[in-house]
Design a protein around this ligand. Sequence first.
Ligand SMILES: Cc1cc2nc3c(=O)[nH]c(=O)nc-3n(C[C@H](O)[C@H](O)[C@H](O)COP(=O)(O)OP(=O)(O)OC[C@H]3O[C@@H](n4cnc5c(N)ncnc54)[C@H](O)[C@@H]3O)c2cc1C
Length: 759
Amino acid sequence: MPDYLHRLEFGTFITPSNDPATTPVALAQLSEQLNYDLVTFQDHPYQPAFLDTWTLLTWVAAQTERIRVSGNVLNVPLRPPAVLARAAVSLDRLSGGRFDLALGAGGFWDAIEAMGGRRLEPGQAVQALEEAIDVIRGVWDAENKTPLRVPGEFHHVNGAKRGPAPAHDIPIWIGAYKPRMQRIVGRRADGWLPSLAYLKPGDLAAGNAKIDEAAQQVGRDPREIRRILNVSGKFQPQTSGTLQGPADQWVETLLPLAVRDGIGTFVLGSDDPRTLQTFAEEVIPALREAVSVERGPERPAGAPVVRSLSIRAKRRTGIDYDAVPTALADAVIEPGDARYSRVRSTYMRGGSPGLVLQVVSVEQVVLALAFARTQDVPLAVRSGGHGISGRSTNDGGIVLDVSRLNSIEILDEQTRRIRLGPGARWMDVAAALAPHGWALSSGDYGGVGVGGLATAGGIGWLAREHGLTIDHLRAVEIVLADGTVTRADAQENPDLFWAVRGAGANFGIVTSFEFEVDEVGDVGWAQLALDAGDTAGFLQRWGAAQEAAPRDLTSFLIMGRPRPRQPIVATVMAMVNSADPETIVARLQPLADAGPLLDQSVTLTTYAEVMANASSAGHNAQGEPAARSGLIDHITPEFAGAVARMIATGAVYFFQIRSVGGAVADVDPAETAYANRSANFSITALGANHAELDRVWDELHSHFGGLYLSFDTDLRPERLADAFPPATLARLVEIKARLDPDNVFRDNFNIVREQALTG
Ligand SMILES: Cc1cc2nc3c(=O)[nH]c(=O)nc-3n(C[C@H](O)[C@H](O)[C@H](O)COP(=O)(O)OP(=O)(O)OC[C@H]3O[C@@H](n4cnc5c(N)ncnc54)[C@H](O)[C@@H]3O)c2cc1C
């Protein structure tokens, strides 16, 4: 009795009639309402009475929200596989991973030939289908950077570009009746899709045997292959034949097909709404119940079916993939998975983790952490994936990805209390707060995640007036190394709350943040381009103007690598927290006077508009960033001169000074783990090469009074003493030893006793 371990699923099989064209769409929507998993359509492109199935699939996907869509089955002789593969990726991405690909080798050869297709003999059609699968899988293999070549006899592809990857691992199912085709299912496909009407008694068992044998011959586990069956019939009070009777007779007929023949998906062919409804309401629940009586409780959605041979081949050593708890099945993304290419790297850093656990609940965070702790590989924690110091990816390790914990909630209008998930991004936070007339100063880039920034500091556009992001933090919920989920605020776990505000990444995984936000109206927003040929003089003038300005002005300055025969230009971006044009101009003028003004743009806008500066695309960085940070009280002539010399070396391709001070300095340095609060400026440099950057940066070291850890990639132990004054570091070391004695959380500015003592 085969049990292929698949959760029972149900689909509908609807005629793609074109008159009226809306009927199949309405039936697809009804299928969704009735909770079917899947809606499918036959594909006969030569049939004028039918809509084109591909067009219908895309239309239906757009008109539904949850249900998956598939051809049943798509006509490969008339759908060139390379184009079909790209169309499938497009539909899968547009629909949020709701497309399944069912293929057929063709039939009705006169009609195919009449449409310009090539007539194939049965043996040829089998070979053509196998070649088509090579092409389709090759196009989907976005991780493979070589051009795709398939020198097939019927389908040849000569150097096609691969990718992008689909949104999910699109299964390939094959409609197959003959042994040769069934063997292809066993060797290559993810599902077998025959119709009950075309099968004789014993055909399912014989087909399964052929498929299983072919699978085993190539080292596959037969359970990789889902068995899908098209069924049709009529509900009537009296039984008059197979699936011609009341619902309980249907259940009796389908039960052995599920438990004896291993059918995992039943697809009901009908255009009658009442039949679809009766099946959904009377057959599906009863069949589920009957199957669970026969073979044990139903597996939860997403429970691990056997992963395919190709996925298993890409697994990394040191991770016991089969031991991942069932409750995390939906969270798992492995190197062979379609989604992997979008989660392997971060905004700044290339990575190749062995396992990404993209969790959706606090319970899953706890489970994922417990699992990760049993594996002897590095652990990284990821929220928005914009870590610079934070290595939220790795090579061969585990990434615990909380990006989908991205809720944004208003807790209390009166006290302007909000709660954010760590995966929320600051542009979305700003957009959600804007209608209330509120803002929370975060950073300068909307794509950055809450999790990384709000555990480190948060130097943003309103810093001088409203302080750091962490200065607005009132409470966190955090999962500690031992799996405890705890709250930390001023009263409860005050030590931990203190540590989270500046060194949070060392102490646990924050699963929610409560903030008190500010009332912020329209703001002035300026971008000025200034000639910085006299680099040292310009930096001093800008620094003096910024320091002398009221707190409603916060500005950042950026300079790049000098280019031959081009002027040295500095870009100053400034926010004035005022809606009054005269105030805005008055604040900006001293900055504009710091050097010859080359260009300017000033607008009256909102904080949310300024933060809407990032895209939602996945990250695909390569290599390792080299970044250094320093905090300084004043831009002295000596410092400005040293910076000018450093920029002239060309070792730094991005140099930035952010103004801080103001409200940031109002907070007692002992109040949070972010303690270097006297600085008026935060300085950052990015270089192409670590050693070269370190060499030029170390020459500036004597000028600095600390660093902002988020902007520093240096792993040398002495950086700890730069990031934290002695008393702060001693307290952090003590709390770390207590709450994370095994140093589980070490991917970001790791506080370890030995380093702290020697640093
Ligand atoms: C383009 C860009 C612009 C930036 N602008 C600013 C800015 O204006 N102001 C500023 O202050 N910073 C800024 N940063 C730095 C940024 O704050 C940090 O890099 C921050 O860590 C990114 O957070 P994330 O969640 O996106 O990153 P991730 O890469 O997801 O996380 C970075 C690290 O933070 C830790 N972490 C992540 N999530 C959690 C969690 N839930 N609980 C505990 N620890 C966690 C982990 O150690 C992780 O390695 C910028 C970075 C970039 C790349």
